[in-house]
Design a protein around this ligand. Structure first.
Ligand code: PEP
Ligand code: MG
Length: 771
């Protein structure tokens, strides 16, 4: 350990030495080597260390060794594994690390000694009862390194008759250990991760800390600790990490039985994954970079494998138990994992995994793993989202009682809206209507509409697919009765709807009767140098009002038809990319005319809608934020499109930023990807300023966020403090958003109790004059 951590010797070289010594001695475990053989191994270890660290690599003076060991621990903070881990888990760079120096007790002092690691509850499932492993006559490092497969602690955890449990071998110390676990949980009101050693019959507890666990285990332990009156419901709401909740909806494999079994091991981290085998971390990273799903298969994993583990969908190891490095990292990262598949032999050099019966898997072959049952199978399994744990509903009920922020979903179909409703969304905050147009049956009609040379021709082309769009709107209203369904009028530049290649042009030509050459020429004429800054959003509405007018009429028709069927349809019409108050004023008249047409010829012909259809604007350009009060004067609601707002505030393309943002994060030029977590300093400041300006002229106007940030817990905390009314996000992120909104409310409550104002970015003092 000293040679590896302090001097930097490759652990594989040390393993090779031990393997050679076992071979020469004709024994199968290190414990069977006698003193002379061990001395020889130690000599070779020292030579390896000296090859790197010079003659003094391992000093004889124990204090000198200690000083160097402490230095190595501090240095590890800047090591590649720690950096990768911090980046992934969003851990503050400036936190630093600490070192505890303790006197040693020895678990390897013979058969009355042992070392073990335990969790006071199962860290994978949260199930009550001590969960852990030990090795007799061994040090703690032997247990966690994955080099030897440890034994279970409890009789109840025994999985094979030849196992010797701690409870059986050390009954007195087991009783003492159980009592210690209860005391620790009562004191900390948290699940504990405990390391212990028995030295010649005496139990020593070396350390205890909060147990890292899967989100499933977080959920279960939080709920059960409320029931055990250890914590309050508010503590449970605070404790479960909102950003991890989507993992509860992680896919499960439904047809594992159909696949050929490759190996069984320890169910180390729940969920399922299917993908290409990679046998090295580098291979996993390289394959994932090409877009492939990867399962990393290793003998055991070490800290240097972190990047590969995070790039992989799932992890398999041949050695190691449920507390091995692989298991702990996989659980933390929400990756399914199967560890201790002792039948597997991983030949890294040959890029091959040998199965117990002589079959082989090569890097690139597809496998499927089930981390909930500990199964590895050959081939591609079918993954299905997990069913929501009923405990989640209880937690979210507590969260809902606390939050003030409304959570809606971004959805473009009736089916997505229904799923969002099931997950607790209180309406649709963004329906991107272009997604309805991209349907292959509808697109040719829209192409005809774009190329139409007179208004009637355009109207006919739009009418040709209007019934399908109307039906989709009605399905969304039915899925969200009584809740707002915010329908965003067409946003992308028109060339996106025209063929990009000769083949596309021929296909669309065949479907529409239009000449492919004409189609390609038209697409070329509409192509722009910077389409995201070009002829899109409300600019399309103003220059081609027929399209928005028609969309509004279909929305109204769907509303009238749904209401006639007794559905409480509550559409809202939203205009994208408004930057100038007069844009909204002008387009509002167009939309109102369209709504009148739709309502007029619907099943309730001639009636005004009993519930009006609000018309609002997206605030997604910096100019719109500065002029938010003047835009709000023409709007019934506003919603921040923080994707475009980030793009336009930073001046970086949301489609291409990946080429440098990764490096920016690694180099700490930015702390977060601004498209994932709202950039509070600038984009957030614009949002806060706009909210204040809107509220100054229209205190009751509804203000929402419908960019991707609406599903990001850290951003949600900011939006709550900025005073928005709702966030809207993709359906799987809805439960996490509900929880994050409650956590934000609880944090604000604490701030208020402490007499501090909730921090908000300052807005300029003088409001911009009204239009
Ligand atoms: C946005 O820009 O934040 C938004 C929601 O619109 P879109 O992602 O469709 O541009
Ligand atoms: Mg946008």
């Amino acid at each position: 350990m000293y040679a590896v951590v302090v001097v930097g010797v490759d652990p594989a070289l040390l393993d090779d030495e031990l393997g050679r010594a076992r071979g020469v001695a004709g024994v199968s475990s290190d414990g069977e080597l006698d003193a002379t053989q061990l001395l020889e191994v130690a000599g070779r270890f020292e030579a390896l260390a000296q090859a790197i660290g010079g003659h003094d690599a391992i000093p004889d003076d124990p204090f000198e060794q200690l000083v160097r060991a402490v230095g190595a621990v501090f240095d590890s903070w800047q090591g590649a594994p720690a950096r990768t881990y911090r980046l992934h888990h969003d851990i503050d760079e400036s936190m630093g690390t600490a070192v505890n120096v303790q006197s040693m007790v020895y678990g390897n002092a013979g058969s009355t000694s042992a070392s073990g690691v335990l969790f006071t509850r199962d860290p994978a499932t949260g199930e009550r009862g001590v969960f852990g492993e030990y090795l007799a006559d061994a040090q703690g490092e032997d247990v966690v390194s994955g080099m030897r497969t440890p034994q279970p602690l409890r009789e109840a955890a025994r999985t094979a008759s030849d196992q010797v449990t701690f409870e059986q071998a050390f009954p007195e110390q087991w009783r003492e250990l159980e009592a210690v676990c209860t005391t620790l949980e009562q004191h900390y009101r948290e699940v504990q991760d405990v390391e212990f050693t028995v030295e010649r019959g005496t139990l020593f507890v070396l350390q205890t800390r909060r147990a890292k666990r899967t989100v499933l285990a977080e959920l279960r332990t939080a709920i059960e600790m409320v029931d055990e009156q250890l914590i309050e419901p508010d503590d449970a709401v605070r404790r479960v990490p909102a950003r991890e909740l989507p993992k509860l909806l992680a896919p499960q494999v439904v047809d594992l039985d159909r696949l050929e079994l490759a190996a069984r091991g320890i169910a180390a981290s729940p969920g399922a994954a299917t993908g290409e085998v990679a046998v090295t971390a580098q291979d996993a990273v390289a394959r994932a970079a090409t877009g492939a799903d990867v399962v990393l298969v290793r003998g055991e994993t070490t800290a240097s494998d972190i990047a590969g583990m995070l790039a992989a969908r799932g992890i398999v190891t041949a050695r190691g138990g449920a507390t091995s490095h692989a298991a702990v990292v996989a659980r933390g990262a929400g990756r399914p994992a199967v560890t201790g598949c002792t039948q597997l032999q991983v030949d890294e050099a040959a890029g091959v995994v040998r199965l117990g019966d002589g079959r082989e898997l090569r890097a690139g072959d597809r496998i499927t793993i089930d981390g909930t049952t500990g199964t590895v199978a050959i081939g591609t399994g079918t993954l299905e989202p997990a069913r929501v744990d009923p405990r989640l509903a209880r937690l979210l009920d507590w969260a809902d009682a606390r939050r003030t922020l409304v959570v809606r979903a971004n959805a473009d179909t009736g089916a997505d809206a229904a799923r969002a409703h099931e997950l607790g969304a209180q309406g649709i905050g963004l329906c991107r209507t272009e997604h309805m147009v991209f349907d292959p049956d509808r697109l040719p009609h829209f192409t005809r509409a774009i190329l139409a040379t007179d208004p009637q021709e355009r109207a006919d082309a739009l009418d040709a697919f209007a019934p399908q769009v109307q039906a989709e709107f009605e399905a969304m209203f039915a899925a969200m009765p009584g809740e707002p369904v915010t329908i965003r009028l067409l946003d992308p530049p028109l060339h996106e709807f025209l063929p990009g290649s000769r083949e596309d042009a021929e296909r669309i030509g065949a479907a529409t009767g239009l000449d492919p050459v004409h189609l390609l020429r038209a697409a070329g004429a509409l192509r722009e140098a910077n389409p995201m800054l070009g002829h899109r959003g409300v600019r399309l509405g103003i220059t081609a009002p027929d399209i928005y007018r028609h969309q509004a009429s279909v929305i109204a028709r769907a509303t009238a038809s749904a209401r006639a069927r007794g559905i409480d349809a509550r559409p809202q019409v939203m205009v994208p990319l408004v930057s100038e108050p007069r844009e909204l004023r002008e387009i509002r008249a167009v939309i109102e005319a369209g709504l009148d047409v739709g309502m007029g010829d619907g099943p309730r012909a001639g009636e005004t809608p009993e519930v009006p259809i609000p018309i609002g604007a997206m605030l997604e350009t910096p100019r719109a934020c500065v002029l938010a009060d003047r835009i709000a004067a023409h709007a019934d609601f506003v919603s921040f499109g923080t994707n475009d707002l980030t793009q336009l505030t930073w001046g970086i393309s949301r489609d291409d930023a990946g080429s440098f943002l990764g490096r920016y994060r690694e180099e700490h030029v930015v702390d977060h990807d601004p498209f994932g977590q709202v950039d509070v300093d600038a984009v957030g400041a614009l949002v806060a300023m706009a909210v204040e300006r809107v509220r100054a002229v229209a205190p009751d106007i509804e203000v929402g966020v419908c960019g991707e940030h609406g599903g990001d817990p850290a951003s949600i905390a900011f939006f709550a403090s900025a005073g928005v009314d709702y966030v809207s996000c993709s359906p799987p992120r809805v439960p996490g958003a509900r929880l994050a909104a409650a956590q934000a409310a609880l944090a604000q409550e604490v701030e208020r109790e402490n007499g501090r104002e909730v921090a908000r970015p300052a807005a300029p003092a003088t409001p911009v004059p009204m239009a």
